[in-house]
Design a binder for this molecule. Structure first.
Ligand code: ADP
Length: 599
């Protein structure tokens, strides 16, 4: 059989739903809130860290730039000869080789140590230059002290460059050890790679970098403003403070100010390169740094909402899945309650629920077998009862008719009572047999077009004396044009006798019983209405079940088997009809059955 759909509002399902939702929603909300809180907390710190990281990266680039370039310069002039002078031609040769293999250098020269007089000079564009003039004596002094020097240079021009200097030593060819310095070699190298690296670098979408020398002169910057290279930027609080303090971390209040470079409030962070004392400062407009914060917040909120939605969508499915086997079991149990022992549940969850389903099916089979045994027993027993009941009936009627001679009045009275009881017994045996046949599928009914008014008329006439006994007004309205229906004549009579008989039986003296027809939608409906005891709604639901009898004060003294309506229903349904009841306690009942019109 097909299982009915489980009612949508299931308490267990709702309980699961609440459980899942609580289990999933609470942690998601807590996580979301914690994430939002920590985003806020760590934001200032993160902004500072990002700024410092970028500054450090650039400082490393600057450091590498100078290490590489000074290294190249030193290597070129590492002359392993034990002499006090180097011939002019060899100086020129060394300088020319140096320029051709190192494209970043633009000009290079030899100077006497320590007076700094130029002895040879070459430029990338002009080749050999006349060796005129002296090197800045300060540089000579510094170079002497430190071995190498990075001089203040022409980074203010369009092609920024810086002068690097190193010493050339007299060398012992045997030990290769450096002796006295004999020359200074000086070279101008282009800063353009460093400058463009600073100009291109940024934080977020609006953060920019500024590179100044140790005195605050601008070397490179990526801000939206248009300031000249070489301009002294010490008037900027960030530049002023970094040159004084070596670093700013963006965490103090002074690190946030409105920068004239971008005309907006910025958060600043920066570091100073220990070799050059140049400073790298990052200025990050607050609105942009906060936009990233807002973006992160939005993502967290979006993620939280998406997760919540997913939970809300998935939870009912999961709850339904868990509930489904229980629903199947409940529906099957309901079907069995109604006597349908062919019900089977199909649960494939692979767990205890599946085991329960299998046990349930075994139990149903057991119940079905018991039901069959009971039916068999009833059938056999009633069949065997029929002959003795018939024999008793025969002898009782012979006695009543005087076949054994005239009986005293008391004996006649007793025989009448015995006859009535025997008639009830015969009815019960017949009903039971009918049911047993019906349940064994042997209720034989063959339909053909019949005029139902005829068996109904005959039933009413037969029951008229019974109605008269209780002064019940029994009427049958036959309009004379009722179409033929597909039915079996004798069965219609059986049904009508039952329904009209019940109507008389369950109506108080002086009441009425009416029978009439209604033709509608290809069906002929016959109504049997009375103004008798009626019955509750509860009773109406069970009325067509086997052995069901309404037990009220008024009906308890009326004898019956509770089988009549059950049989009537089987018969009507076998003839493709329908039967139903409308009733109100204390007001009366209306039994109706409809049968298809024959055409
Ligand atoms: P029985 O009449 O033998 O008890 P039925 O199957 O014919 O068995 O009827 C079942 C029960 O339905 C009756 O016991 C009675 O309580 C109730 N019933 C049937 N017809 C009527 C009616 N017309 N008015 C009130 N109750 C009725």
């Amino acid at each position: 059989m097909k299982l009915k759909k489980f009612p949508k509002r299931s308490k267990l399902r709702n309980r699961f739903l609440i459980l899942f939702t609580t289990l999933a929603v609470v942690p998601v909300l807590v996580l979301g809130a914690t994430a939002l809180y920590s985003i806020d907390l760590s934001h200032k710190h993160d902004v500072s860290q990002l700024g410092l990281l970028l500054a450090e990266q650039k400082i490393n680039e600057i450091d590498k730039f100078f290490t590489d370039n000074l290294g190249i310069l030193e290597l070129t002039v590492d002359i392993a000869e034990n002499q006090d002078t180097i011939a002019h031609s060899q100086q020129q040769f060394l300088l020319s080789g140096f320029l051709s293999s190192n494209s970043a250098f633009e000009r290079v020269s030899f100077h006497q140590y320590p007076n700094g007089r130029t002895t040879a000079e070459r430029s990338k564009d002009q080749g050999e230059l006349p060796p005129l003039g002296y090197l800045d004596p300060n540089i000579a002094e510094i170079v002497k002290n430190r071995g190498q020097h990075i001089a203040e240079a022409s980074y203010a021009s369009d092609s920024p460059a810086i002068r690097l200097s190193t010493l050339v030593h007299k060398k012992d060819p045997n030990t290769n050890k450096a002796g006295e310095p004999i020359y200074i070699v000086s070279a101008d190298t282009s800063l353009s790679s460093l400058v463009s690296s600073i100009e291109r670098a940024g934080l977020g979408t609006a953060g920019y970098l500024i590179l100044v020398d140790e005195k605050g002169h601008l070397i490179a910057e990526g801000s939206p403003s248009d300031i000249d290279r070489g301009e002294n930027l010490k008037y900027l609080p960030s530049i002023n403070r970094i040159l004084a303090n070596k670093s700013i971390d963006g965490l103090s209040e002074e690190d946030v100010y409105v920068s004239p470079l971008s005309d907006t409030e910025v958060i600043t962070a920066g570091l100073v390169d220990p070799r050059t004392n140049w400073a790298v400062v990052v200025e990050w407009p607050t609105y942009d740094a906060n936009a990233i914060l807002q973006d992160m917040r939005n993502r967290v909120i979006l993620f939280t909402i998406a997760t919540l939605l997913a939970v809300l969508v998935i939870a009912p499915f999961v709850a339904s899945r868990l509930i489904n086997p229980i629903r199947k079991l409940e529906n099957a149990a309901k079907a069995i309650e109604k006597g349908d022992f062919d019900t089977e549940v199909d649960i494939n969850t692979g767990d205890e629920l599946e085991d329960l389903g299998n046990t349930f099916n075994k139990m149903t089979k057991g119940l079905k077998r018991l039901e069959e045994l009971k039916d068999e027993f009833v059938f056999v027993a009633t069949h065997e009862l029929r002959s003795p009941v018939t024999v008793i009936k025969g002898y009782l009627s012979m006695l009543k008719e005087g076949d054994a001679g005239k009986l005293p009045d008391t004996a006649s009275d007793m025989i009448n009572k015995a006859d009535m009881a025997n008639q009830r017994l015969a009815q019960l045996v017949n009903d039971l047999l009918e049911i047993a046949r019906s349940e064994a599928g042997k209720l034989e009914i063959s339909v053909s077009p019949v005029d139902i008014t005829e068996p109904i008329q005959s039933s009413v006439e037969e029951l008229q004396p019974l109605a008269d006994e209780k002064s019940i007004q029994l009427t049958y309205e036959n309009p004379g044009n009722v179409p033929q229906v597909l039915a079996e004549n004798s069965r219609i009579k059986e049904v009508t006798v039952n329904l009209v008989g019940n109507a008389i039986k369950y109506t108080q003296e002086g009441g009425w019983v009416k029978v009439w027809h209604e033709v509608k939608d290809g069906m002929v409906t016959t109504h049997v209405e009375d103004n008798g005891f009626g019955m509750s709604e509860e009773a109406q639901k069970k009325l067509f079940q086997k052995f069901y009898r309404v037990q009220t004060e008024k009906t308890k003294s009326i004898t019956g088997t509770g089988l009549g309506l059950f049989i009537v229903k089987q018969i009507i349904e076998k003839m493709n009809g329908k039967i139903w009841v409308e009733s109100k306690e204390g007001e009366g009942s209306k039994f109706s059955f409809s049968l298809p019109v024959a055409n």
